[in-house]
Design a protein around this ligand. Structure first.
Ligand code: GUN
Length: 292
């Protein structure tokens, strides 16, 4: 069994991005600039946005945070997005989700200019991804593809089972793994909450990508010997064995599955660190105007 070290790979990619930013600056250009909007004071969103801003600093990007109170109206938020769309000094814009209930996430996402949508959530960019056209790929699936590539894991002709059909992970993941024009070329099965006999399906898989949001869902009896296991889940649970009193678990029962796997991502330190790196990669593409 080989552990896929997302922390190490994410640091390597960050160094590559930092080197490119340095080159851009030496050539007289400006550093890429990411804007992040956050509405309200959700703890997890605060943590994610802080991590994104920090990552920008590490690679030499400029970043701007736009903070709004929970009671901002949808019209006001959309107006601010339109302002940033028009601001040539900003290359990429993300609006941290979830948003308060009175604001439509769909309308927010559709208001972001597709060329600045470095989350890859705008329907225009989702469409381009499905059509295998160059675009900003959603962060988590793109990070997983980067891990598979850097560990030289063969995917062509393999059976890949994706568990979970969310817009931001499962669905785009299934598209990327099945397509021909980029990395992938797998035969993909997408399972979700209505799928019957998931274990029978995952036992046929050469690659299992688990993004269900269910703690330790994938157990040892559900995987075949030698499978590649990618765990997107993250759950904080109480533990009397750690100093903090908490530990993190994934969607995979690591102790049961790891001995059977050829490669496996740990939680933490697997997929998680790669997602922010993908956002940086997209922001770099936006700054270089390589997509639009
Ligand atoms: N909330 C959870 N994941 C994400 C993400 O990738 N981007 C944004 N904007 N919000 C999120």
């Amino acid at each position: 069994m080989k552990l896929i070290d997302g922390k190490k790979i994410s640091n390597e990619v960050k160094q590559e991005i930092a080197a490119e930013v340095e080159q851009m600056r030496q050539a007289g250009g400006k550093a890429p600039h990411l804007a992040a909007m956050i509405v309200g004071h959700d703890g997890a969103s605060e943590t994610y946005v802080a991590a994104k801003v920090k990552a920008c600093e590490v690679v030499g990007f400029q970043s701007s945070e736009f903070r709004f109170e929970e009671d901002i109206t949808e019209a006001e938020l959309l107006e601010k997005i339109r302002e940033i769309n028009e601001d040539d000094s900003i290359d990429g814009l993300i609006v941290q989700l979830p948003l308060p209930k009175h604001i439509s996430e769909t309308r927010v996402i559709e208001t972001i200019a597709p060329e600045k949508d470095v989350d890859g959530f705008h329907p225009m960019n989702v469409g381009k991804m499905v059509a295998s056209l160059p675009t900003y790929l959603p962060a988590t699936p793109a990070g997983i593809v980067e891990l598979l590539k850097r560990y030289e894991i063969e995917t062509s002709g393999k059976n890949c089972v994706v568990l979970g059909r969310s817009n931001i992970v499962g669905t785009p993941m299934s598209v990327l793994m099945s397509r021909k024009s980029a990395y992938g070329d797998c035969t993909v099965t997408l399972c979700h909450s209505r799928t019957k006999n998931i274990g029978e399906i995952t036992r046929q898989a050469d690659i299992v990508i688990v993004a269900l949001g269910k703690k330790e869902f994938l157990t040892g009896d559900m995987v075949k010997e030698g499978a590649v296991i990618i765990d997107v889940g993250i759950h904080r649970v109480k533990s009397d064995k750690t100093k903090s009193g908490w530990k993190l678990l994934g969607d995979v029962n690591f102790d049961e599955v790891a001995p059977k796997a050829s490669f496996i991502t740990p939680v933490p330190g697997g997929v998680g660190p790669m997602t922010i790196v993908s956002l940086l990669q997209n922001t770099l593409l936006a700054a270089k105007k390589e997509i639009y």
